[in-house]
Structures are given as C-alpha cells and as structure tokens.
Design a protein around this ligand. Structure first.
Ligand SMILES: Cc1cc2nc3c(=O)[nH]c(=O)nc-3n(C[C@H](O)[C@H](O)[C@H](O)COP(=O)(O)OP(=O)(O)OC[C@H]3O[C@@H](n4cnc5c(N)ncnc54)[C@H](O)[C@@H]3O)c2cc1C
Length: 390
C-alpha cells in the first residue's frame, strides 16, 4: 500500500494505539486515531501481557518500557475455595519457550505508555470524537459520520472500537450484538501500604459458580477479579460492590478478604461479561476490524488484549507488504481468524466449567484438576499462543 494513504483508526484502546505505532514503524505517515472518550479508562483494571504479546512489543521496540512498570510472574496457581491446592501452570516455562517475559500490568499504565509513544511518533490522536456511523459512499468505500454530523473519508479505516457497540462491526457484519456469558466480573486494583503475602504467582481460586483471581504486579500492588454466575441485569444484594464481594467470598481464603477490604470502593468496578460468536468476515470495502471488534473473547481466555496486540502486528505487516487493500485485509484475516477463534472458544469452555453451579460437577472438576498433567496443559498453551509469530 502507498505509505501516504490516509488511515483512520476508530478507537484508541490497546488495539488502536498499538496498530498506530506498528503502522508508523512501517512508514505510514497519514494516521489519525479517533477516540470517543476524554480520558483513558481502567476498565479491566489489569491484564497479563503474555509472552506472545511481549514478542510483538519487542518487535515494536517498546517492551523495555513495560519492564519499568510490569511485574514478572512465576506460576499460575489454582486453588479450591477451601484452600486445597489444585496445581499450577509454569509461566517461566511459557516465557522461556516463547522467548520473552510475561508481565502483569495495570491497564491504564499500559495504555498511557502507548499514548506517550503515539505522541512521540507524531500520530494524530483526537479524543472526545465519537464516530456515529459508517456508510458506503457508493464508490467501494465507507465514510464516517462523527457525533457533530461532520463526515470524513479515508483510504483505509481500521475499526478498533471494542466489543460492546462497535460501529465498524455493524458496518461489516450487519450485527454487533455481544452475547452475555452469564457471569459478572468485579475488578479492582489495590496499592497497599504494606507488602501483601503473595509471591510472583497468579492465585486463581475456584468455587462453584464463583471465582476469585489475584494477580501481583509488585508486592504492594495487585489487580484482582471476583466473578459470580448471575443473570444479566441482576442487581446488587448489598449497598456497595465491596460489601457484596465480602459477602460472596466471606468463607474463602483470608487473603481475598484482605484484598477486597483494602481496595478503595471507587477502584472496584462491576462488569457484566460479554463476548461474540466468531465471525469470519473481518473486512468490507476499505474497513477492517481489529481487536475486540473482530474477536471479543472472555476474560477467562486471558488473551483478549494480547490478541489485539498481535492483530496490530499482522495487519501492519500485511498493509506494508501486499499490493491491493483487499489482498492485505484477506491475508490478515487468514492469519488471524483460526487462532483468535480457538482462543475465544477456549475462553468459553473454561468459563462454562468455572461458572457451573452444579455442585457435583464442581467437585469432580476440582478433583480432576489435581490430576491434570500441567506440563501438557502448558505445552498446549505454548503451541496456541506462539502460533503465527513471525
Ligand atoms: C472485565 C474484563 C476483564 C478483562 N480481563 C482481561 C485480561 O485479564 N487479559 C486480557 O488480555 N484481556 C482482558 N480483557 C479483554 C481486554 O480488555 C480487551 O480484549 C482489550 O482491551 C481489547 O482492546 P481493543 O482495543 O480491541 O478494545 P478496547 O480496549 O475496548 O478499546 C476500544 C476503544 O474504542 C473506543 N470507541 C468505541 N466506540 C467508539 C466510537 N464509536 N468512536 C470512537 N471511539 C470509540 C472506546 O472508547 C475504546 O477506547 C478483559 C475485558 C473485560 C471486559
């Protein structure tokens, strides 16, 4: 593609920002990001940049920035709510085999770092600009209409506008209905005055229809997620989210109680969890999907943000190498669809098991978790996550 093509990225989240950086590094000069929000949201609190995403960030020359605020991890440990140890996945092995370290990060810190990089590269970032819709201009291209009714055309439009109400997904697939997956996530970030009794291990506690995960960034800083199977639109049973969580998890590990109690109430968010059915149509005319708008997976996949980062790398490479726009989009979709679909479906399977409310099933699930061949599980994760990194 012509490096002077006018490229608009709709959405300044992790996917949109990383794509802008990757495109600039491939020599594309005319890039603008439109972001509807005025400031970065910390929805999701934190996430793990797994070794596969670190691979991309290294290639983009920004992994060293992550080292300054990210925390290294050793193991992902699984525990039953009664304190029975169910086994662990060795993150050191994942990192060694993929060749880069995984880091736990605050989502806002990571996005701020990307924003800084976007500024340094001179990429136009316009916040407070919401795209209202996309329409055909009658000439095999879409144009954008903004909330102020102005219209904009571009050679290429990248739809990185998330999972809940993607205008780009509506334009391409005529359907952007996210699917509620029957559980609520409460996410929080805790910066404690005193070190917490937590090594560099992810602690994943399993109940029946309930789960609590704690991810250390540093000894004084963790992000966490408490989850419970609940119908959509269920209301809180306690006056605050914090009290509701203390009530749900009152008989679990004392560490969970400490983490909930010490987190400021305003740093706890209640998020009903949605994903999308995989859909193999990622582009139409000059518009192409990226990140959650293309393949929103559940938090149980652990890979949502990492896959948006991988998309950025592959889309930028294809736009840089191929002749026509259609060929580039097709090649990108062909590389990405199977991997992201496998990740979305594995996230659903895991959620179905974790949020089952059948007590006999949960007991059997925990029993078999103890006898799981975790080396094999680790190998399978490495095989999927490292796919197509070249
Ligand atoms: C509760 C929860 C927990 C999660 N936990 C993890 C985890 O542990 N690990 C992990 O890897 N992933 C996790 N994820 C997923 C991860 O957050 C997403 O996969 C990732 O943020 C995708 O990035 P994105 O850029 O595609 O979308 P987003 O981060 O959603 O960014 C989309 C951006 O587009 C903007 N936008 C939307 N519409 C418009 C419009 N019309 N005009 C202009 N701008 C627009 C939005 O404001 C937003 O900034 C979690 C998600 C949820 C909901």
């Amino acid at each position: 593609m012509d490096r002077r093509s006018k490229i608009i990225i709709v959405g300044g989240g992790i996917g949109g920002l990383t794509t802008a950086i990757a495109l600039r590094q491939r020599g594309f000069s005319n890039l603008t990001i439109y972001e509807r929000r005025s400031e970065i949201q910390s929805k999701g609190a934190g996430f793990v940049i797994w070794a596969n995403a670190s691979w991309v960030l290294h290639k983009l020359g920004i992994l060293n920035e992550v080292e300054s605020f990210g925390g290294r991890l050793n193991q992902m440990q699984r525990w039953a709510m009664d304190g029975d140890y169910l086994g662990g996945i060795d993150i050191v092995t994942i990192d060694e085999r993929i060749g880069f370290p995984s880091y736990a990060v605050g989502k806002a810190e990571f996005q701020n770092m990307l924003r800084k990089k976007v500024n340094e590269l001179g990429i136009k970032f316009q916040n407070n600009i919401a795209v209202s819709f996309m329409k055909d201009n009658g000439n095999d291209k879409a144009f954008l209409q903004l909330a102020d009714n102005s219209t904009i055309e571009a050679d290429i439009i990248i739809g990185a506008d998330g999972r809940m109400n993607s205008i780009s997904k509506s334009y391409i697939q005529s359907d952007n209905l996210p699917i509620y997956q029957n559980y609520i996530n409460w996410v929080g970030m805790l910066e404690s005055k005193n070190p917490l009794p937590i090594e560099n291990n992810i602690l994943d506690y399993w109940g029946c229809g309930e789960r609590f995960g704690i991810v250390p960034i540093h000894t004084n800083k963790v992000y966490w997620a408490g989850c419970k199977a609940l119908p959509l639109n269920s209301s809180n049973t306690e006056p605050t989210d914090q009290l509701e969580l203390l009530q749900i998890f009152q008989h679990w590990s004392p560490l969970i109680k400490t983490v909930i109690e010490q987190t400021q109430g305003t740093h706890i968010k209640r998020i009903p969890v949605f994903d999308h059915n995989p859909n193999p149509v990622w582009f139409r005319n000059n518009v192409c999907l990226l990140g959650d708008s293309a393949h929103a997976s559940l938090p149980t996949s652990g890979q949502g943000a990492c896959q948006a980062i991988e998309d950025a790398w592959h889309l930028a490479n294809q736009l840089a190498h191929f002749g026509t726009l259609k060929e580039s989009f097709e090649a990108y979709q062909n590389i990405r669809f199977e991997k992201t679909t496998a990740i979305t479906l594995s996230g659903r399977d895991f959620a179905k098991s974790l949020f089952s409310t059948d007590i006999d099933y949960c007991l059997e699930r925990n029993r078999s978790a103890k006898f799981t061949d975790y080396q094999k599980t680790t190998n399978n994760m490495i095989a999927l996550w490292s796919r197509d990194l070249n």
